[in-house]
Design a protein around this ligand. Structure first.
Ligand code: UDX
Ligand code: UDX
Length: 422
């Protein structure tokens, strides 16, 4: 079993630390944020992630998982140091490497000889070399091992991956990293660092492309009188297409797709290739936010000025509490900019976010509302009392941007219903 340091206790780092400890390794997880570490030491999990709390407790109780403040304190006896710090979007769309570089600078002087530093964060192509330079250690190898963890099912994705990608010019370091995944069954792809880094960007960009494509098809469906639900079902049975990531919605968001797609456009531009396809994918996504706003405006009678909109869902998707780059927030702010009064509810968001103070229950936001907009696909929204909703609203009108609700049942209750692509 290996000694692993995980730098960064966010969605990616905490999942990585807890899962490696559950595989039997000795893990020390470091974060710069003292408050976060103090909470973790008390067994409090700062994020909503299925199965994570149990794994963290199990690891701590078994003495295989510890939390410390400061990367250097985790790295001193580490055979492997996983970098899981943020790579936010810079002003020009490029990824900002300053946190990665800061972490490398902290651990460089203290890492034991023969340690392997692993980039788990999504980093621009060429970052393995950057980390090598910052570490300044001939006796330490840097390897890329990108994450493919969906928020909400990150633990499941870590322990049941579709593949494990390892990028290294040093075969023995690659084999050592592969051996950490003992007990995990998945194809392992060992390649050079730029290819591993590109696999990550290309995968996220492809998934974003799929969603933008289906959102565009939904617009076509609306124009020609087709039902996108049946269209994607018919497409998905083609094994070359598949059913996954073919759900139309309010646009894609979250901590990865928006910044990774822009970063890939930037990487390609810098390298001399104009990635117009991906630019189009991003534009279709921006348009999708506007399309949802237009649907609400239309139901409201042509203007949002002075209109009260009840919003269900603020997170960028269901089963997470993450609102980073959430389409729901974008749509809410676009509506507010047109003079709408937005009152929102989300089962996982309790604190104010971007000027919105969430209500404590889904019915409150329907009170006096002219239109209800469903922006996140929380399952519980399907099972609410729609007679009660209709009674509370000024007019029972709903824009279902996730095609989540039962259209026929709502129409029977007197709702005017607008979905996406149907
Ligand atoms: C982030 C990136 O968004 C993603 O692209 C990348 O693949 C992995 O890192 P995430 O885990 O969601 O993903 O980030 P976040 O939840 O913001 O957590 C980062 C953690 O790192 C925070 O707890 C922060 O306090 C910590 N951190 C940040 C450090 O420990 N050191 C730093 O220098 C900066
Ligand atoms: C993503 C990647 O899927 C994952 O492999 C990792 O690289 C991190 O980034 P995540 O950001 O958690 O995961 O969200 P994901 O489940 O991929 O959804 C991204 C966005 O696309 C969400 O806003 C979601 O609502 C939207 N989406 C997804 C759709 O609109 N339709 C779909 O069919 C699927």
């Amino acid at each position: 079993m290996a000694q692993i340091a995980v730098i960064g206790a966010g969605y990616v780092g905490l999942t990585t630390a807890a899962c490696f400890s559950s595989l039997g390794h000795d893990v020390v997880c470091a974060d710069i944020d003292e408050e976060r570490v103090a909470r973790l030491e008390r067994g409090e999990i700062p994020i909503v992630e299925a199965g994570l709390e149990a794994l963290v407790r199990e690891g701590m109780d078994g003495g295989r998982l510890r939390f410390v403040v400061g990367a250097e304190n985790a790295a001193r006896s580490a055979e492997f140091a996983y970098l899981c710090v943020p790579t936010p979007q810079g002003d020009d769309g490029s990824a900002d490497l300053s946190y990665i570089e800061a972490a490398a600078r902290q651990i460089g002087p203290v890492l034991p000889s023969e340690a392997v530093v692993v980039n788990k964060s999504t980093v621009p192509v060429g970052s393995t070399r950057v980390v090598e330079r910052v570490l300044g250690r001939d006796d330490v190898t840097v390897v890329s091992n990108p994450e493919f963890l969906r928020e909400g099912s990150a633990v499941h994705d870590f322990l049941n991956p579709d593949r494990i990608v390892i990028g290294s010019d040093d075969q023995s370091a690659a084999v050592r990293v592969a051996s950490l995944y003992i007990g995990v069954t998945a194809p392992i792809i060992v390649t050079d660092p730029p290819s591993a880094e590109t696999i990550k960007y290309a995968s996220n960009a492809f998934l974003a492309t799929k969603i933008s494509f289906v959102n565009a098809i939904a617009a076509v469906c609306e124009a020609v009188g087709a039902d996108v639900k049946d269209v994607v079902l018919g497409m998905g049975y083609d094994k070359r297409i598949g059913h996954e990531f073919l759900k139309p919605g309010p646009g894609w968001g979250g901590s990865c797709f928006p910044k990774d797609s822009r970063a890939l456009v930037h990487i390609a531009d810098t390298a001399g290739y104009a990635f117009d396809l991906l630019r189009g994918v991003i534009t279709v996504n921006e348009d999708q936010f506007q399309r949802v706003v237009a649907k609400v405006r239309e139901l409201a009678g042509g203007s949002l000025d002075g209109v009260t909109v009840g919003v269900w869902g603020l997170t960028f998707k269901a089963r997470t509490d993450d609102t980073r780059d959430s389409p729901a927030l974008r749509i809410a702010s676009l509506m507010a900019a047109e003079g709408a009064e937005v009152q929102a509810y989300d089962p996982a968001v309790k604190a104010p976010v971007e000027g919105i103070a969430p209500a404590t229950d889904p019915y409150t936001v329907c009170d006096g509302a002219d239109v209800l907009a469903v922006l996140t696909e929380w399952d519980e929204f399907r099972w609410l009392d729609f007679d009660k909703v209709a009674g509370l609203m000024r007019t029972p009108r709903v824009v279902d941007a996730r095609n989540l609700l039962d259209k026929a049942a709502l129409e029977r209750r007197g709702f005017t219903y607008t979905g996406i692509g149907r």
